[in-house]
Design a protein around this ligand. Structure first.
Ligand code: CU1
Length: 530
């Protein structure tokens, strides 16, 4: 731009072109990179906050008996841990990745609606303040669990209303973000970048954005009905007034199950881009990857009642939702097969992003298998609301969504900061996280099978040993995340310069060397095809 100003000799143009600096750069941000950065820092802040709540939960459960918290406050902790992690950490985290990577990967100058992008982000901090602020009002935060089931929601204090309002705002943010992502992908691809040439991360986000637009309004409806039941005399979920509390569960999980895939499909996309680079091979089965992603998204709408096998549904209903759920294992299996086939006979190296990707495939797949077990109605009736379920979804969301985000962060930090990250710190972060993750959550399978219910502040002696192990693991996992913070700050501050296209670096000065020509789907900015 400065060259243009110079050519025309209009000095005053320089003032108009001057990008805002200081706090204005962030508050008025309209470029996808600054907004992406804010999303990622917001997500990480929420991740640490939700993590502190988790450590509160694990402290209370370190040994039998009540030691730190009242049961009611304990339930507030589990609720807020879930809400903060789902709506504050994971979803905005992936939107941050989308903001940074989608324009770069499809060759677009920015997101389609730059100012709406700003608005999408800036809705989040006030929503987070409302959500966390519910701890400090009379009655405290909702103690309902993150699923905010009726009729318990009616008994909560004003913290419930704050949480509902926060969810509305976060939902609006998500919907606007999705509109932006879909419009950008469908309208702003570089010439020659057909849909079936898009990098997998772009594909998974395109499908995720449709899921978000489809189900966020459903959640908004459910919590609005909760709000009117609480304050305006309606009886949507009140049996005494002709309503049905189980209807809340139907509506909630019609949102909630696709939400599970909203939190994992972008992770699939990140892993699908990391694995080929460090295998020095193109992604195996690109087209089948796209179709598998779409199949998972479509199937996610017809499985919701697998969360409700114990509500007294007819056996035919149980069978339908059981088989529909198990069907999802097919496209998911296609993906896992494709990742393994990509690595097969590749010249593998194990830099930090690849470690996270392989860790993801290994441990997320375990979460997938326990998901199949939960999907079987006769078994689920036994393990419903036990720690087996807690173990299952933490394998999916921590070893799935979170591990993929860490992998993606190390993968793209050189692109974002211009510097290579510290490989030693990255590897320490990975291995400690991997070990402590399993120390925390693997014993929960045993606790659940032995019958320990979730969302209880206390337990009998028989569960003491595994709970102590899980609590030690949780503190180890929590502390390990400080290594990530250190690695990111160090990378932002300096370090060896990353090359413009560091995947292709050949000179040995960089560790990631890919034989030329690099597989097409790993290019950040695609070649223009006429
Ligand atoms: Cu589900």
């Amino acid at each position: 731009m400065s060259a243009i100003v110079h050519d025309h000799g209009h000095a005053h143009d320089a003032a108009h072109d001057h990008a805002p600096s200081g706090w204005r750069r962030w508050l008025y941000a309209t470029n996808h990179k600054d907004i992406g950065t804010m999303y990622l820092w917001f997500s990480f802040t929420m991740f640490l906050s939700g993590g502190v709540l988790a450590l509160g939960i694990r402290s209370e459960l370190f040994q039998p008996g009540l030691q730190i918290f009242e049961p009611q406050f304990f339930n507030q902790l589990t609720t807020m841990h879930g809400l903060i992690m789902v709506f504050g950490a994971i979803m905005p985290g992936f939107v941050g990745f989308a903001n940074w990577q989608i324009p770069l990967q499809i060759g677009a100058p920015d997101m389609a609606f730059a100012r709406m992008n700003n608005f999408s982000f800036w809705l989040l901090p006030p929503a987070a303040l409302l959500l966390v602020g519910s701890f400090f009002v009379p009655g405290g935060a909702p103690a309902t669990g993150w699923t905010v089931y009726a009729p318990l929601t009616v008994q909560m204090g004003m913290g419930m209303d704050m949480a509902i309002f926060a969810l509305h705002i976060m939902g609006a943010s998500s919907i606007m973000g999705s509109i932006n992502i879909i419009t950008t992908i469908l309208n702003m691809r570089a010439p020659g970048m057909t849909l079936m040439k898009m990098p997998m991360f772009v594909w998974t986000w395109l499908i995720t954005a449709y899921l978000l637009i489809a189900v966020m309004p459903v959640l908004a409806g459910a919590i609005t009905m909760t709000l009117t039941d609480r304050h305006f005399g309606t009886s949507f979920f009140n049996a005494a007034g002709g309503g049905d509390p189980v209807m809340f569960q139907h509506i909630f999980w019609f949102f909630g199950h696709p939400e599970v895939y909203i939190m994992i499909l972008p992770a699939f996309g990140i892993v699908s881009q990391i694995v080929p680079v460090f295998s020095r091979k193109p992604l195996f089965g690109y087209a089948s990857m796209v179709y598998a992603t779409a199949s998972i998204a479509i199937l996610s709408f017809i499985v919701w009642a697998h969360h409700m096998f114990t509500t007294g549904m007819p056996v035919t209903g149980q069978l339908f939702f059981m088989y529909a759920t198990m069907l999802i294992a097919v496209p998911t299996g296609v993906k896992i097969f494709n990742w393994l086939a990509t690595m097969w006979k590749g010249s593998l190296t194990f830099e930090t992003p690849m470690l996270w990707a392989i860790g993801f495939i290994f441990v997320f797949t375990m979460g997938g298998f326990t998901g199949l077990i939960c999907a079987m109605a006769p078994i689920d009736i036994q393990i419903q609301d036990t720690y087996y379920v807690v173990a299952h979804f933490h394998y999916v969301l921590v070893a799935g969504s979170l591990f993929a985000m860490f992998g993606g962060a190390y993968f793209w930090l050189p692109k974002w900061t211009g510097h290579m990250y510290d490989e030693k710190l990255g590897k320490w972060h990975f291995w400690l996280s991997m070990i402590f993750f399993n120390v925390t959550f693997f014993p929960m399978h045993f606790l659940g099978l032995a019958g320990m219910p979730r969302r209880y502040a206390d337990y009998p002696m028989q569960f003491a040993d595994f709970n102590m192990v899980a609590s030690i693991g949780a503190f180890g996992f929590g502390l390990s995340q400080l290594i990530f913070l250190w690695a990111v700050l160090k990378c932002i501050k300096g370090g060896p310069k990353a090359k413009e296209n560091y995947f292709d670096a050949q000179d040995g000065g960089l560790e990631w060397t890919v034989p030329s020509p690099a597989p097409f789907h790993t290019f950040e900015t695609p070649p223009v095809v006429k």
